[in-house]
Ligand binder design. Structure first.
Ligand code: GLN
Length: 204
């Protein structure tokens, strides 16, 4: 991780952040490591009682959206988290996390939180060649490394959705009000910029 960047971020921060990381399945540990590196406090959401804590932002990690969606309901976390996102809780969804936020999925009859007016295609790059690494521009943070793992992309955007990243003309990053969703995994790279951007949103 880039210690210098994290130091700079900490210097600018005026409040200690506490971020909730959905930890029922998938790549949540890598997000937690990023947050620790940036000096942000975090805790895991695994069960209903975890929601009793106060928090300034939520991370929905990559993994398997179908499994996460099912567990969110089984663990009775779904409605509460959906309500908080609707009410403005800052949220960062990566890969399967982006799928969870989408209002509609073009190749799956399920949809989950439906808090972001976008249509997302799951496994959009195909199952065989679906994983690759590239660098791409994210508005407003600049060029960052991007790891795509059986990634979705955004096929349609609704009103007030900002496109913050495109790779090969496909939309791979969006911002809608308090929600940031990306197709790729920033947490498996050494670049902390996207997490810094998210923490800035939580700070506001
Ligand atoms: N293909 C997965 C899904 O549809 C997402 C993959 C990922 O999060 N890396 O849920």
């Amino acid at each position: 991780m880039n210690k210098k960047l994290s130091f700079l971020w900490l210097k600018g921060a005026s409040k200690q952040m506490k971020i909730a990381v959905l930890a029922v399945q998938g790549a949540f540990i890598e997000h937690e490591q990023m947050l620790s590196c940036l000096g942000a406090e975090w805790f895991e959401i695994r069960k209903k009682e975890d929601l009793l804590q106060e928090f300034d932002g939520l991370i929905l990690p990559g993994g398997e959206s179908t499994v996460m969606g099912k567990l969110l309901h089984e663990l009775t976390l779904f409605s509460d988290l959906q309500k908080r996102i609707k009410e403005g809780l800052p949220v960062l969804g990566t890969c399967a996390g982006l799928i969870l936020l989408a209002e509609k999925l073009s190749n799956d009859e399920n949809a989950y939180f439906k808090t972001c007016p976008i249509t997302v295609k799951r496994n959009a790059y195909g199952r065989q060649l679906g994983s690759f690494f590239t660098e791409g521009y994210v508005e407003p943070i600049g060029k960052i490394p991007m790891a795509f793992i059986r990634a979705p992309f955004v096929e349609q955007i609704g009103k007030d959705v900002e496109v913050i990243a495109r790779v090969n003309e496909k939309i791979v990053g969006v911002k809608y009000k308090n929600q940031i969703g990306v197709s790729f995994h920033p947490e498996v790279t050494k670049c902390t910029k996207l997490h810094e951007y998210f923490l800035d949103l939580c700070q506001e």
